[in-house]
Design a protein around this ligand. Sequence first.
Ligand code: AMP
Length: 402
Amino acid sequence: MTDLIVTINAGSSSIKFSVYRIAQGQLTQLALGQIDGIGGKAHFAVKKTGGEKTGYDFDQSQGAVDHRVALAAVLDWLESEGDGANVVGVGHRVVHGGPIYSEPVRLDDAVLAKLKSFEPLAPLHQPFNLAGVEAARAAFPGAPQVACFDTAFHRRHTFIADTYALPRAYYDEGVRRYGFHGLSYEFIHRILRHEEPVLARGKVIVAHLGNGASLCAINAGKSVGSTMGFTALDGLPMGTRCGQLDPGVVLYLMEEKNMSAAQITDLLYKNSGLKGMSGISNDVRELEASDAPSAREALDYFVSRVRRNIGGLSAELGGLDCLVLTGGIGENAVNVRRKILENMEWFGIQIDFDANARNERIISEKGSPTVVLILKTDEERMIAAHTAELLDLKKPLVPPLE
Ligand code: AMP
């Protein structure tokens, strides 16, 4: 029997899952899958590592597919795979750990109740993350469940880094800059500690640039600032999210345009950012391929906000030893990367543009005061590692900093 760890990232209409074997403290990814169309025309798809892709449409003659049916299908698939599925732990991506959780936590009824109380902080994600937990408890009743939070890595910020300039009562009731993408930042920083231990002890900015985008300032291994705030709307413009916005714009939309909260939510989360500005797409590849001026402007705005925020966070850090770019754009978009990093010699960033064009691991010149790296993030592996570590199945990937 193979001991397995399953990771689950449950959204409103889809669940992403991955399966890892755990043996002698080592994690090996076996498969990555997704159930789409939950509540509608549901489809199951899975790809084994280095192997074939399979999938099927759910038979819905017995009723609609909800999160429970979807995760029961994951268990069925694991069991159909032959040598017996012994799921020893399930790790969940949970967007919000509120002001409390600075580490992953083993889930029980009391923790789950606490996490439900954070639903108003992330209404588009938290309820569905927790529906995934309930469904997994039913599908894998013998396996301990672990919640891994997008906010946890940022929870040791100072009051100054976390507060807004509102009356203190709002901070006390939870209106704070939580910051997100924490699992990605933790993964990247662990890799950095492993591969570049000297840089990892210094002043680092990690730029997670994907469909969601944010920057994190890390000093001696600790997150000290993030461009995201109370929600995942703040900071950089994203694929479909607006990024930093004067709150006066929201008041204007309410008062002059009579827009409801639901309409504004839709505008700011789903129809702004690269998609809204360009009127074409949220996908950087499509914008790069387009001749439309609006496509170029959307990309230029993205670049400008990334540069501005790198500057701001560097000032807070008091210098910058290392900049890491990651996420779909950070790992692949050579031209966007070049525009973010050019003409920054005055700042201490000297880019080797050939290395950038070749997607090398280090893209700064030898001797550049700031070392610039491209590293691939892997949030699923971070969840699997946290789950294994919390359940004492695995030694930490990298020991904690002294
Ligand atoms: P993610 O959310 O991390 O998967 O990142 C998605 C973003 O990465 C999208 O905007 C994609 O257009 C962008 N992306 C992925 N591959 C490339 C590429 N080869 N060149 C430019 N952009 C890319």
